[in-house]
Write a protein that binds this ligand. Structure first.
Ligand code: FAD
Length: 392
């Protein structure tokens, strides 16, 4: 006998959990499978090394899901200014430019996950199957079947691949993915700053590597991301704390003396985009479908837009008494999200080229362009509105 569900979401990361909540007011029987049971009893004296810049589109989604107040109470940091600069040009954005109270929020990934997970504990139509290791998958015309490594069988009308950049489901079903390296490895850590960050996000593009400072809830703490080649990142990781501090203070001088206050982690950065997002009884969301350079902090925001869009298409099908798991229904999701995600992936290539790969002969032109944008209220407004993801 197999356990039967309407929808099985493989991957209880931020995006998979958000989709499950978006389907809360439905009769659908949903299972969430993850290989790991997360530990939410973390020490709040430190910050998660993984944080996300949440844009206003994702904020609105969290409000719709009824989880924002829990996230806000747990710990968030609003930012209302952004300073981007190169050696010879500066671009300053402010929430005032678009008449908003803030440009977004820096939130620890574990906070988002804890609050989404907590919300789902109260949802009667959701079962967690965690920890669980899957062995095989079979898609038949009338259902989708999963087998775990200990021989348990589960079936569903629809499988969702929300299992991250290395998606097991994507590999099992041999979905084609276009992949290329960005040639960057990101080093992340938390730092203490002498001067208060004043809710400003900083990004400095240097020949020696790009560094971003993201303001945390404590006014003198920032989460930093330092992008470099794999080799240089490894060197930065190997340095003693004292030597790392010297290197960081050499390039970043906006917040007084800076000292590292946590471990240093690194992540190789790849661009990935799945060729097809759906087939009959299968759909992919979040990093399982696409990964993007975090320079502009868009990755999980795009994932939340996937979850929101797919949930809406499933809800509409239910309302119209149509099958939500057929290719023709799921294709509507693919059409909407593939187009949007392609725009962002392409824009990111252009941004990365202009700011990190441009030949030295062209950088004066880039800097003139940046200065022009900085002087134009209209252009700045256009840039911010794209990044905010706020269509309301
Ligand atoms: C350095 C860095 C900084 C970033 N900063 C930002 C930012 O500021 N803003 C932003 O929007 N994005 C940012 N991103 C991107 C963001 O972190 C990702 O887009 C996001 O974590 C993807 O969420 P997800 O739920 O799709 O996947 P994941 O977070 O990868 O979750 C996948 C889940 O699936 C589970 N899983 C994996 N394999 C299996 C399996 N076989 N069976 C069952 N479960 C499985 C995993 O345990 C995990 O829980 C950043 C990324 C990096 C690397």
């Amino acid at each position: 006998m197999s356990d039967q569900f309407d929808i099985i979401i493989i991957g209880g990361g931020m995006v998979g959990l958000a989709l499950a909540i978006a389907l809360k007011d439905t009769p659908l029987k949903i299972a969430i499978i993850d290989t790991e049971l997360p530990d939410f009893n973390y020490d709040t004296k430190t910050y998660d090394l993984r944080v996300s810049a949440i844009n206003l589109g994702s904020l609105n989604f969290f409000i719709e899901l009824g989880v924002w107040s829990a996230i806000e109470q747990e710990r968030v940091s609003a930012y209302d200014k952004m300073l981007v600069w190169t050696k010879n040009s500066t671009l300053a954005f402010s929430a005032n430019d678009v008449n908003k109270p803030e440009l977004g929020f820096i939130v620890e990934n574990r906070v988002i996950r804890k609050c989404l997970w907590g919300e789902l504990q109260q949802q009667e139509n959701v079962t967690f199957i965690v920890p669980c290791k899957l062995k095989s998958v079979k898609i038949d015309p009338d259902n989708a079947k999963l087998e775990t490594i200990d021989g348990k069988i589960m079936s569903a009308k629809l499988l969702i691949g929300a299992d991250g950049a290395q998606s097991w489901l994507r590999q099992q079903l041999k979905f084609v993915v276009k992949k290329s390296s960005y040639g960057h490895t990101a080093l992340v850590t938390t730092v203490q700053t002498e001067l208060a960050h004043e809710h400003t996000a900083y990004q400095y593009f240097l020949p020696e590597g790009t560094v971003a400072f993201l303001p945390l809830a404590n006014p003198n703490h920032c989460s930093i991301v330092w992008y470099h080649t794999a080799e240089k990142t490894q060197n930065l990781k190997n340095y003693s704390e004292a030597e790392f501090n010297v290197q960081l203070n050499l390039i970043f001088d906006k917040l007084g003396e800076i000292s590292v206050s946590d471990r240093r982690l690194s992540f190789p950065l790849n661009k990935q985009h799945i060729e097809h997002y759906v087939q009959n009884r299968v759909a992919f969301i979040g990093d399982a479908a696409h990964t993007i350079h975090p320079l502009a902090g868009q990755g999980v925001n795009l994932g939340f837009s996937d979850a929101r869009c797919l949930a809406q298409i499933i809800l509409t099908a239910l309302e119209n008494k149509k099958d939500y798991f057929t290719y023709s229904t799921l294709r509507k999701y693919e059409r909407q999200r593939k187009a949007d995600n392609t725009v962002f992936l392409t824009a990111m290539d252009a941004l990365k080229y202009c700011f990190t790969d441009l030949p030295a002969t062209l950088t004066p032109w880039r800097d003139r362009g940046v200065t022009l944008v900085n002087k134009s209220t209209l252009l700045k407004k256009l840039f911010i509105e794209q990044a905010l993801g706020d269509s309301e």
